[in-house]
Design a protein around this ligand. Sequence first.
Ligand code: SAH
Length: 226
Amino acid sequence: MLAQEINYQLDNHVRMVEIIKQEIRETAHLTDIEELPPDIEQALQKVPRHQFVNEELAAFAYFNEALPIGSGQTISQPFIVAVMTALIQPQKEHKVLEIGTGSGYQAAILGQLVKEVYTIEVIPELSLTAQRHFNECQYRNIFPLIGNGNAGWSEYAPYDGILVTAACEKVPQALIDQLSLNGRMVIPLGSQDKTQMLTLITKDQEGHIHEKPLFPVAFVPFTCGD
Ligand code: SAH
C-alpha cells in the first residue's frame, strides 16, 4: 500500500469508530448500552477490517456498511459487530462461540476481548479464507470449525457468550444447552422475508431462559436449520 493510501485508511478507520460510538449512543434506548465500552473501542481500532475483505473492496472497509465476501454472504456492518459484542459483555477469561465465521472479522474482534473464540462456518471456502486472515494477523486464540452451527460445538461447551451472525426462525436448542449459567447469546430471529429482530437471550443462575427482542436487523439466512 502507498503511504497516501495508508493515511486514507487510518483516517477512515478512526472515523468508523467515532461513527460507531455515536450510533451506540443513539440506540441506547433499544440496547441499554449507553456508551461503547473502552476495551471494545480499542478492539475496533486495532483489528484491520480491510484485511477481512477482498482487495477490490479494501477502500470501503472502514465505511459503516456490510460488504460482500463471496458465496452470497456478507461481512456484518461494523456498528452491528460492535453492538453484538457489547451485548454479550465479554470478559478476559471468557470462552465465546460464534456461528457464521464469514470473513472472520467478528471473531477477530472477539479474540481481542476474550480468552478463546470458537467459530463455525458452513461454507468451507469462507472458513478457509478466514483462517488465512487469522494466521496473517497472528490471532492465536480463534478456533475455526467447518460445519453446521445448528448443533453448536459441544466439545468446548459451555460458553459464556454465543453470537449467531445469520438469521434463524428459532433459537437452535443445542445453542441454548451450550450456553453457561449467567451466559448471554445474541441472535437475529426471523426469516429473510419478515423483519428479523436482534434478540438477547440470557440464561440465569437457575438455568431459566429470558428472551429480549432489541431492534430490527437484516442478516443473511441461517442455512441447515431444523
Ligand atoms: N460474522 C461474519 C458475518 C458472516 S454472514 C463476519 O464477521 O464476517 C453469516 C455467515 O453465516 C455466512 O458466512 C454463512 O455462510 C454462515 N452460516 C449460515 N448458516 C450457517 C450454519 N447453519 N452454520 C454455520 N454457518 C452458517
